[in-house]
Design a protein around this ligand. Structure first.
Ligand SMILES: Cc1ncc(COP(=O)(O)O)c(C=O)c1O
Length: 384
């Protein structure tokens, strides 16, 4: 198999597995218990928290461990809105966000919160004029993702947060596709709420975290969404997933220790792949004119290319039609249509994404196989 779907999920790095192993069988205590076994688990969680906090410039008390980015986004958005129910209520987000964000704010909209979805330009960059007009002194939260999961397009977080803060609103970013792949410092970028997950960064599935700014100058207060033992300062009750948290921190540590080299190598693979596909198949690379994450290439194939036939010729290639979360849905990508692609063009688009274990050989084989599949799809030839 050629795996070209790292934006959907990544294999767990064997070093992460090794770091986690003792916490299944040896240090298995409940991190809330006060006996020695519990204290050992607590110590592991503390070290993991310190490591992740250092990666993003957070304080220890500002991190909440969750089961992934979806949970973290729901807690951030619903928790923030519910806590502030009497004051500011307006929420601003972008049309190209992940469904975890879009559906959370749509839920709030149904419950009386005014919501504005701002548009993006042809490259997928948030329209700053539209954003400026959308934010008012009633805006509670502006949430714009750091890196788009379908295109890899990056947003200018410092400029976005400055605009939000100018109007007294909080600034949140979904950094699920950015954490460990680009430097993120919550102070330098003015981030008040930040979410990410482990499985996009060679960590275990079912792990993630929410950063919640709690400082004198600006603080976010959230209502919890789940109740019970009061773990994570009462914001997220439930027994801590100690092996998962250790794995999350180790994944973050490994990624941050080799970020520049890994970025350069993967960008090289992605760019070579993209250039070859433009040359041989005449694809249009979506969002390629602006800053993108190194991993991702989203391309639209030409008119007359039936993607289903093309993919039938590539049973050994793992690639996404849109994002993994929406690739089973028949609807064309909301991200590409927001960028001005027609529904038909969006329907002829694929997301390829590369990562730590992608090799030059993989990419060369992919280029050759895809070129052949493209020719077959152009001629309408079905696989034998
Ligand atoms: C940008 C973005 N946000 C949120 C999520 C949801 O993350 P999780 O799978 O950890 O719930 C994803 C995963 O596809 C994503 O790419």
């Amino acid at each position: 198999m050629i795996y070209a779907d790292y934006a959907a999920t990544t294999p767990v790095d064997p070093r992460v597995v090794n770091a986690m192993m003792p916490y299944f069988t040896e240090v298995f205590g409940n991190a809330s218990s006060t006996h020695r076994a519990g204290l050992m688990a607590q110590q592991a969680v503390l070290e993991a928290r310190a490591s992740i906090a250092a990666d993003i410039g957070a304080r220890l008390t500002e991190l909440v461990f969750t089961s992934g980015a979806t949970e973290a986004i729901n807690l951030a958005v619903l928790g923030c809105a519910r806590h502030n129910s009497g004051g500011r209520r307006h929420i601003v987000t972008a049309a190209t966000e992940h469904p975890a964000m879009l559906d959370s704010v749509r839920y709030l909209e149904q419950h009386g919160h005014p919501v504005t979805f701002v548009g993006v330009d042809a490259n997928g960059v948030v329209d700053m004029d539209e954003l400026q007009q959308a934010i008012t002194d009633q805006t509670l939260l502006v949430s714009i993702m750091a890196v788009n999961n379908e295109t890899g397009v990056k947003q200018d977080l410092a400029a976005l947060s400055a605009l939000a803060h100018h109007h007294g609103a909080l600034f949140m970013t979904d950094a699920t596709q950015a954490w460990g792949k680009m430097p993120i410092n919550v102070d330098a970028l003015g981030i008040d709420l930040l979410t990410f997950s482990g499985h996009k960064l060679y960590g275990p599935k079912g792990t993630g975290a929410l950063y919640v700014r709690t400082r004198k100058e600006r603080s976010c207060s959230l209502e919890p969404l789940q109740f019970g033992g009061g773990q994570e300062r009462g914001l997220r009750s439930g027994t801590l997933n100690v092996p998962g948290i250790v794995g999350l921190a180790e994944a973050g540590r490994l990624a941050h220790s080799s970020m520049d080299e890994e970025h350069a190598r993967i960008a090289g693979l992605r760019d070579a792949f993209e250039a070859a596909m433009i040359a041989t198949c005449g694809v249009v690379a979506n969002g390629c004119a602006v800053g993108r994450s190194a991993t991702t290439s989203n391309m639209t194939f030409g008119e007359g290319i039936d993607l289903d036939i093309l993919l039938m010729h590539l049973p050994h290639v793992a690639v996404s039609k849109g994002s993994a979360c929406s690739s089973t849905k028949a609807k064309p990508s909301h991200v590409l249509t927001a960028m001005g692609r027609t529904p038909a063009e969006a329907g002829r688009s694929l997301r390829f994404s590369f990562g730590r274990f992608s090799t030059d050989d993989d990419v060369q084989t992919l280029i050759a196989d895809l070129t052949t599949a493209h020719e077959n799809a152009r001629l309408g030839v079905l696989p034998a």
